[in-house]
Write a protein that binds this ligand. Sequence first.
Ligand code: ADP
Ligand code: ZN
Length: 517
Amino acid sequence: MTPLQALQKYFGYTQFRHTQQEIIDHVLRKQDVMALMPTGGGKSLCYQLPAVLLNGLTIVISPLIALMKDQVDSLNLNGIPAAYLNSSQSAEEQKDIAIQLQNNRLRLLYIAPERLFAADNRMMAFLKTLNVVQIAIDEAHCISQWGHDFRPEYLMLSGLKQQFPDVPVIALTATADKLTQKDILEKLNLHNPAIFVSSFNRANITYRVTPKKNSFNQLLKFLGQRKDESGIIYCLSRKSTETLAADLKEEGYDAEAYHAGLSNEVKARNQEAFLKDEIKIIVATIAFGMGINKSNVRYVVHIDLPKNIEGYYQETGRAGRDGLASDALLLFSPGDAIKLRGFAQVDDNPGQSAIMLKKLDDMVNYCQLHACRRQYLMHYFNEPFPDHCGSCDFCLSEFTKFDGTLIAQKALSAVARLKENFGGGYIIDFLRGSRSEKIWAEHKALKTYGAGADISKADWQRYLRELTSQGYLQTEDNGFPVLKLTAKSGAVLKGEQKVELISHEAIEEHEHEAPAH
Ligand code: ADP
Ligand code: ZN
């Protein structure tokens, strides 16, 4: 049977998506693979299909016990013999599975890493007696501290390649961040791996960010246009998921909460009800969602600021797995950023704090962007993208642009004259001709001092952000954020490059609007 025939026979699909075919070919040739695909991209098939074609056992390492059952049930429904081993099973059930394994009757075995390396290593010894032909590591970013979902038990997987030197390993993740990728490869000790990166663009998702004012009213307005549709609402705290779910119920919405503090029973019930469309809305912390395969989620709302772009992108990626138009809405307040900054400072690990703070800054910049959001996201994941997607709030709104070259020149020249040593606030004061002590004493004699007095502080703040998002300025962390010139700045200063800026009257209007459908 060819892979394509197996795809049709066992999975009922007519063709491979993205890089699936190539990934599968590599695994069949016994090569190690790292596969990066967005959520909903079709990662499972990349090891499930080889599992069907290879004559032996595929071990699937997966972090979430709750999800193993769903995967195994759906494989069995497709006529593929599969089982999982976890602590929820009785000794009897586990024994039964061991016998099936010994008799080579299973194609896939799902198992959590801590179980694989249980203290006495008996499980490992047992698995080594079997004909293992493939090892799949799902959610492989859990091995990296730089990722957003580090699980210490995943670190044990670094010994796996030694235990099974001849078995191809396929590591899968939806995390596209370069640092995490590198870390995954190093920690797993993959042998000369082929790396496959699918496009991370989710063209059917429209991205919107709105200033958070009265979040509940804003949410009701948004939901009012989506009454019969399923969605996920993410909150930062467990408590707010519960209060928000209760408030939504009062307004007549079928909503339930989900967070790690609820009992397993309640979690399972709420998740199940959501999957089966018995309730429309799940109000959750980020504990909800990994591996959840619900195709008709029409929207994802972030009531609070996510900690980093990776998490945000993965969470919004749970919308629109069926390919139909879906919405991602984030309510942004600078106060949230301050709160998260506090959380990101971990005393005993300054290196990690610095990385977390940088990631938070990238998230905040995304929220304050005056440019195509999708382009920003794609660039974040190192994927080239043209400057207009046509389906984010920026591209959809009718901003009036004007020739902002002179404004840009003033700003860039101020940054240059102040020797790239100051943050936005100081540069604006300088441009506006402030008489503050330091400026008056040290910088009033410089050219461009006071050259931007006709522009308000708020407008300058936006212009600086816009120049940053267009790549004419960049922020560097010198203990405090400092604005610097970029490779693109020179052409503007020399008058060789025109700069378009957005008329801020248009933005003011836009910010008061409810997000359009
Ligand atoms: P993820 O990458 O998030 O793990 P899944 O493996 O759960 O994604 O796949 C997402 C959805 O896409 C599933 O419903 C799956 O059955 C479906 N799918 C996967 N591959 C194909 C394909 N080649 N053709 C059509 N649907 C596919
Ligand atoms: Zn866009």
